[in-house]
Write a protein that binds this ligand. Structure first.
Ligand SMILES: [Zn+2]
Ligand SMILES: [Zn+2]
Ligand SMILES: [Zn+2]
Length: 168
């Protein structure tokens, strides 16, 4: 897999091809250069005038972009950083897809129950459905599925990093 970079503060109304074209311009890459960056998807607050764009590029271009720390797109200086993330579904807590396309049963991030996390009334110790599914040691399952220290999430993340071509 190629590395991905988050470009922060891109005007929300820019189309994907405009985002890529402006970044390639800023990097002085001629049109149809094999090193061109590709715009993948954006995220951010729907009501904001700017958003974050995730782009994909070759390892050498990643180094150039990260060394610059910012891309100059239109009037905006857009900070950049590595984008390494595993999607986690807010409905079933599973990895690799979003709730909008989820066909699984709901699983609460806090207590693993079959309900929306926001409807949770369970005040007991949290437990993580993903760690339970992955058969992690029981004592390592006592956290919410959204917790950054989740063992299962971090294994996925590390596997993803190992599969990414950083050029060395
Ligand atoms: Zn899901
Ligand atoms: Zn719950
Ligand atoms: Zn976990």
């Amino acid at each position: 897999m190629l590395p991905r970079i988050a470009v922060i503060g891109v005007p929300s109304d820019w189309r994907p091809n405009r985002v890529a074209a402006r970044i390639n311009d800023d990097l002085d890459l001629p049109e149809n250069d094999p090193d061109e960056v590709i715009s993948k998807y954006k995220f951010g607050d729907r009501n904001s005038t700017t958003c974050t764009w995730v782009i994909e590029c070759k390892p050498n271009i990643r180094n150039i972009i990260l060394n610059r720390k910012k891309l100059y797109l239109g009037w905006s200086a857009c900070p950049v950083r590595d984008h390494v993330r595993i999607l986690r579904c807010f409905k079933c807590q599973g990895f690799g897809h979003m709730a909008s396309v989820c066909k699984n049963k709901a699983a609460c991030s806090r207590c693993t129950g079959e309900h929306d996390t926001k409807d949770c009334t369970n005040n007991g110790r949290p437990s993580c459905i993903n760690c339970i599914r992955a058969k992690v040691n029981e004592e390592e399952c006592f956290h919410e599925a959204c917790d950054n220290k989740c063992v299962t999430y971090n294994r996925r993340l590390q596997a993803h990093i190992n599969n990414t071509d950083y050029g060395q």
